[in-house]
Design a binder for this molecule. Structure first.
Ligand code: C2E
Ligand code: MG
Ligand code: MG
Ligand code: MG
Length: 288
């Protein structure tokens, strides 16, 4: 009868939920050891300046190879690390590792590349976040203008006064500031003029359908126009085809990132990628 099957149903869900909770707990518990064992590493996805057709920056993207479970995507483990607070340690490791890597490119090539780092809300709201960034810069010797922090709209809105103060301190250090996943968060645009920002990153959900969905095309055009009138650079993420790139180029989007240019690469593969592009460019220029 219904009552009995309802009960069974509940048991089934409870068991499912327990399994899911156990899995999450297992992942969460294995993060500190994973960090100590070197199971976390960074990949770097190039960003292209459309005006000069030059790779000018990379975004650092965190990867976790779990010894038993294999690759765990960041969309799965970052929220867990946020909840447990481990994101503080993990985020500091990302920042320090990325700054050291970028300082190495600054010194030995293949080219000086700016590095963009994702910052989570919990990490940003730590009282000593700004000091931590300053320490990562001075310990690595990285020039501040080669560092960009990617923040989300919700992170800025949740505590506007505190966020404003921190952004001003970071801006005074010479760091670049970008809004990630722009267009998906809070729709209040008033905050844009209060914060000392440098770049808007149009969310890839809009880019995905710009050629087929007139609404997404209109939103993308509006973001570019608004960004430019606020003196911000605009970058599109998730660009997968030449047609998307041409659409964005025609509308004066400044930069693009996405599989069309390159997927996120290991340190070694990025070095090869940038070196090859520089060599191609030199050949093109000498043949003109
Ligand atoms: P995000 O910062 O918006 O990064 C862009 C995501 O889109 C990355 O996924 C990237 O690999 C993916 N992507 C790049 N180009 C394309 C494309 O052409 N098509 C498609 N479909 N996807 C593309 P990933 O590496 O899985 O990272 C997911 C999210 O995890 C990031 O989104 C970011 O919010 C978070 N994340 C990654 N690394 C870190 C980190 O070090 N710290 C923090 N707090 N969050 C991180
Ligand atoms: Mg990002
Ligand atoms: Mg994004
Ligand atoms: Mg995202």
């Amino acid at each position: 009868d219904a009552k009995r099957s309802g009960k069974n149903c509940f048991r089934f869900y409870a068991r499912e939920m327990n399994a899911q909770a156990a899995e999450m707990l297992r992942l969460d518990n294995s993060m500190p050891l994973g960090l100590a064992n070197g199971d976390f590493y960074l990949h770097y996805q190039p960003q292209l300046d459309l005006k000069n057709d030059t790779v000018i920056a990379v975004e650092a993207l965190l990867r976790w190879r779990h010894p038993e479970l294999g690759m765990i995507p960041p969309d799965r483990f970052i929220p867990l690390a946020e909840d447990s607070g481990f994101i503080i340690k993990l985020g500091e490791w990302v920042l320090r590792t990325a700054c050291m890597q970028c300082a190495e490119w600054q010194k030995n090539g293949p080219a000086p590349l700016r590095i963009a780092i994702n910052v989570s809300g919990r990490q940003f709201s730590e009282p000593d976040f700004v000091d931590m960034v300053a320490a990562a810069l001075s310990d690595s010797g990285l020039a501040p203008e080669l560092l960009e922090l990617e923040l989300t709209e919700s992170l800025l809105i949740s505590n506007e006064q505190q966020a404003l103060q921190k952004l001003q301190l970071l801006k005074n250090m010479g760091i670049f500031l970008a809004i990630d996943d722009f267009g998906t968060g809070y729709s209040s645009l008033a905050y844009l003029k209060h914060f000392p920002l440098d770049r808007l990153k149009i969310d890839k959900s809009f880019i995905n359908d710009i050629l087929s969905d007139p609404d997404d095309a209109a939103i993308t055009e509006a973001i570019i126009a608004m960004g430019h009138s606020l003196k911000l650079k605009v970058i599109a993420e998730g660009v997968e085809t030449r047609e998307q790139l041409v659409f964005l180029e025609d509308r004066s989007c400044d930069e693009i990132q996405g599989y069309f240019l390159s997927k996120p690469l290991s340190e070694h593969d990025l070095h090869v990628f940038v070196t090859a592009r520089l060599a191609n460019k030199a050949v093109e220029e000498s043949s003109h």
